[in-house]
Design a protein around this ligand. Structure first.
Ligand code: FCB
Length: 472
């Protein structure tokens, strides 16, 4: 498989996971700062206070991206850094940071893909209800408009939200993510307000930047397999798809409310907070539908009384799969990553081809894919992360296959450029193609980074096949 010269080989990070400088340059706390200060919420008591210190070391990171010859860098803007009060005045120092970063990327010939929301809501807005409150969607649109005005000339692609599934269900449903609430009604309100936020922000971006703006929405669409083809297992899988995928796809891509979701959630809400005209507002088909993919899940109908937790996101004792007590997730099989996630490139082919057929002509990008493994550092300091290379080779093969099957897939972003703060798992899970020594903050390109650089250069999976060896 040869990738075209236009195909974008990128890499991704997110503000809270890499920036650090949590109280510098006028930044106010986000919900993740609060979460990290709540005992028991984050492994090891880790915080993003310093993280990878990208706020101060962005030039070094830019050199690494350049050195790897990558086409694009997907980073996120910290809302509370650029609008410290959540609404209102822009903080010049914060905006200037992103301007310098984007300009640096441009000079290096690397495309700047800016995500507006990768989970770090300003704490002041959480104090007013967070995503459970409709006002937050409007605040988000104002923030998007302000960023369009400030950075519209240097950002190549705008991504509105990263994985609203996590924001809603992990943030307000199971409480494993910030703000750590366990409240089904809040979670469902958040689903709607996030869809609305995407819609309102997209409209604002289009208004400010005109028809050539490139807008992306990134969803972590779930690939759910029924344990058998029996009716009850198939129905169990469909239920998870409705709560996990349809809840976002239908409002944004089709302007429809997913009626099956109403039925599933009727014990929690009648959705009367969805106002007349809202679905038209949500219905802003992105120029690029971004898909984050890591693993698949297999489910079956639960045996009554059986506990039904889904692994893989950290556990609080509450499932993020609201109203799905009658669905059981099977333990993942085969070789697992350090997150406990299975390794199944066929799920990525299936997801991409299915999405391409459902939305013919829709431009797609894989905006995240990658794997956490415990890396060994060799005596000479090098990191021979064969497991990660195998994972990437398999999944880039899947990307190639989906393109051959007709998906309009224009890019792939490896998660992540750097080892970083993996949310409630803290620094324990390493996803980077570049190792970060958290004592010294020294960066070392792993073999997987060299492998990915060779792929980006040759555009040829055969050139980086099983006999590939790392060069210095
Ligand atoms: C995704 C997140 C990203 C990172 C990876 C491992 O869900 O978008 O920030 O944590 O998982």
């Amino acid at each position: 498989m040869r990738f075209s010269d236009e195909f974008v080989f990128g890499t991704a990070t997110a503000s809270y996971q890499v920036e650090g400088a949590h109280d510098q340059g006028g930044r106010t706390p986000s919900i993740w700062d609060t979460m990290c200060r709540t005992p028991g919420k984050v492994a090891n008591g880790d915080t993003g206070d310093v993280a990878c210190d990208q706020y101060h070391r962005w030039e070094e990171d830019l050199e690494i991206i350049k050195g790897l010859g990558l086409d694009a860098y997907r980073f996120s803007i910290s809302w509370s850094r650029v609008i410290p009060d959540g609404v209102g005045a822009v903080n010049r120092e914060g905006v200037d940071y992103y301007r310098r970063l984007c300009q640096g990327l441009h000079e290096a010939g690397v495309k700047a893909v800016a995500t507006l929301y990768h989970w770090d809501l300003p704490q002041v807005l959480q104090d007013r209800g967070g995503w459970a409150a409709r006002e937050t969607a409007h605040a988000f649109a104002d923030y998007a408009r302000a960023m369009a005005r400030e950075l519209g000339d240097v950002v190549d692609t705008w991504s509105t939200l990263n994985e609203p599934w996590c924001s809603a269900y992990l943030g307000y449903g199971s409480g494993v993510h910030a703000p750590g609430h366990v409240d089904a009604l809040e979670a469902l309100r958040a689903v709607h307000h996030l869809n609305l936020a995407h819609g309102l922000a997209s409209a604002a971006l289009r208004e400010e930047l005109g028809p050539d703006v490139r807008i992306c929405l990134t969803l972590n669409l779930h690939v759910i397999r029924p344990a058998s083809d029996g009716d009850s297992d198939v129905a169990a899988a469909r239920k998870i798809e409705v709560v996990g995928n349809e809840a976002f796809l239908q409002p944004v891509m089709e302007g429809r409310f997913p009626e099956e979701l109403r039925e599933i959630t009727k014990g929690v809400t009648d959705w009367s907070f969805v106002r007349e005209g809202d679905l038209d507002l949500c219905h802003q088909v992105p120029d690029i539908l971004g898909i984050n993919y890591y693993a698949t899940s297999t489910v079956r109908a639960a045996i009554p009384g059986e506990a039904s937790l889904s692994g893989g996101h950290g556990e609080t004792g509450v499932s993020p799969w609201l109203c799905c007590e009658d669905v059981t997730f099977l333990a993942p099989e085969g070789k697992l990553t350090e997150m406990g996630w299975n390794i199944d490139p066929s799920g990525l082919v299936e997801l991409l081809v299915r999405t391409a057929r459902r939305y013919p002509g829709q431009e797609l990008m894989v905006t995240e894919n990658g794997a956490a493994f415990d890396d060994d550092v060799a005596p000479d300091g090098s990191i021979h992360d064969e497991d990660r290379i195998d994972y990437l080779r398999g999944h880039l093969g899947a990307v190639g296959e989906a393109i051959e099957q007709g998906a309009r897939l224009t890019g792939y972003f490896e998660w992540s450029l750097l080892d970083n703060f993996e949310w409630s798992f803290g620094y324990g899970k390493r996803f980077g193609m570049v190792r970060v020594d958290y004592d010294t903050l020294k960066r070392t390109v792993k073999d997987s980074g060299k492998w990915y650089a060779d792929l980006a250069r040759t555009r040829d999976l055969a050139a980086v096949g099983a006999d590939w060896v790392a060069r210095d």
